[in-house]
Design a protein. Structure first.
Length: 446
């Protein structure tokens, strides 16, 4: 009978949450149900809920977030927030594991009786090894607990073989006062970076508020650089604190993912980001085009030519497409006042004209003329404009205007300038670059 119920439960959950689908504009998320047999609970069937991120791939490594009380709405809150954060690339793709309690007060025993230790053994020796052996995990584990689950987390943290490096403790307590042990933990922990988030509810019981505040004060005494700690207060009650604070807790745990402020330059980011994330979270991230774009804008604003060249070469060598064509590069160099390089790419653009929007060229080509003039090469500007006429005859009026203007104002290629001025006068129409009065001025200056 139990097997039939289990099959029905599995079918019901998968049907209810389905493969990701859209019904009445409501997105539903799927997760699997796993039923484990445990040597610690031989007469019970233990339930795990397993959520895998979209496009899960065994060739990649994924951090894992565990949450107790998965038989309550807490699991759905975590699932919703994690999916949001992944979709918006605030956190990396992670696996979420929900652990249901058959007897909550016994399993999450805050006084660390044999029952509490038994659940710890089940978690450390069976659940986590099962997940690691069946899924591609990075071995960076976080656990979320609420109320007694949060207090129970302190006891897990203090164990020598603790497999977690991230803790999210929502409305904790110190009924079992292990504050001296926590203080000692804060002093001595020096392993890989450890993330510890506590949320307090303003409308919660006084003992819970005091417990969160006490742990916060213990951390402030030590300021252990190996521990990233945050205690945050919310206008919430004991129950609503789960929804109010969990998204902050998850974001806090993965705060170093895409933390671009940490890197002084693109070179620093490109050389260190992937290895540092691997060291922190156990997987190697891709270099996001949006993140590279962040450094790209800073480089242009600072007109840092060396860093610009490094970024362009790096992305080309690593097949990272930024959608930068020769016309873009011509404009970038012009903005950075690197006029010889700008001229080089203006000519590359007009000679090859590969993936170039003619309207974008039209709205920007006057910069090429300016670059030539800065370099005191008006003949070069006229040659460039003549090539532009052949490439885009629909803009001959405007190109001729700049040929005439460059010729007359710099006393070069006089005949070409006169012919261009005649063409402008006889074919004039309203355009972006000049009016008829500008033509009259050029005629007077011949």
């Amino acid at each position: 009978m139990r097997k039939i119920i289990t099959i029905f439960l599995l079918f019901f959950v998968i049907y209810t949450y389905g493969q990701e689908k859209n019904t009445s504009n409501k997105l539903e998320l799927s997760y699997d149900i796993k039923c484990l047999k445990s040597k610690y609970y031989p007469d019970e069937e233990k339930i795990l809920k397993v959520f895998l991120p979209k496009n899960y791939n065994n060739n990649n490594k994924y951090p894992v977030v565990y949450i107790t009380d998965a038989g309550t709405p807490n699991f759905e809150v975590a699932l919703s927030y994690i999916n949001q954060l992944i979709e918006n690339n605030v956190i990396p793709k992670i696996i979420l594991i929900g652990i249901e309690q058959n007897d909550r007060s016994s399993e999450l025993d805050i006084y660390w009786s044999d029952d509490g230790k038994k659940f710890k053994n089940y978690l450390f020796e069976e659940i986590i090894p099962f997940i690691n052996s069946n899924y591609s995990t990075s071995e960076f584990n976080t656990i979320i607990g609420h109320s007694d689950g949060a207090e129970y987390n302190h006891l897990l943290m203090l164990e020598k073989n603790n497999p977690f490096r991230g803790f999210i403790n929502i409305s904790t307590n110190l009924n079992n006062d292990v504050s001296s042990e926590i203080e000692e933990f804060f002093k001595k922990t020096n392993k890989k970076i450890f993330y510890y988030f506590i949320s307090n509810a303003k409308y919660d019981s006084e003992d819970r508020i005091l417990a969160g505040n006490k742990i916060d004060s213990l951390y402030k005494v030590t300021r252990n650089e190996s521990i990233k700690f945050l205690k945050k207060d919310y206008k919430a009650d004991h129950r609503s604190l789960v929804s109010s604070s969990m998204i902050d807790g998850i974001s806090f745990i993965f705060q170093d993912y895409r933390n671009l402020d940490k890197y002084s330059s693109f070179k620093d980011y490109s050389k260190n980001y992937q290895s540092e994330i691997n060291q922190l979270y156990g997987f190697t991230p891709i270099l996001e085009e949006t993140d590279i774009g962040f450094f790209f804008v800073k480089i242009l604003d600072k007109k840092n030519l060396e860093d610009y060249e490094y970024l362009i070469n790096f992305t080309n060598e690593n097949n990272i497409s930024l959608g930068v064509n020769s016309l873009d590069r011509a404009n970038h160099y012009f903005y950075m006042e690197a006029y010889p390089q700008s001229i080089k790419f203006w000519n590359k653009t007009i000679n090859e004209f590969k993936n170039i929007d003619s309207k974008v060229f039209y709205y920007n080509f006057s910069k090429a003329v300016d670059a030539y003039l800065v370099e005191k090469d008006p003949k070069g500007a006229i040659e460039f404009l003549e090539k532009s006429k052949k490439r885009m005859p629909e803009y001959n009026l405007e190109f001729d205007y700049f040929i005439a203007k460059t010729s007359i104002e710099n006393s070069v290629e006089v005949k070409k300038g006169e012919n261009a001025l005649k063409n402008c006068s006889s074919n004039y129409k309203e355009n972006r670059y000049f009016k008829e009065k500008e033509l009259e001025k050029l005629k007077k200056n011949k």
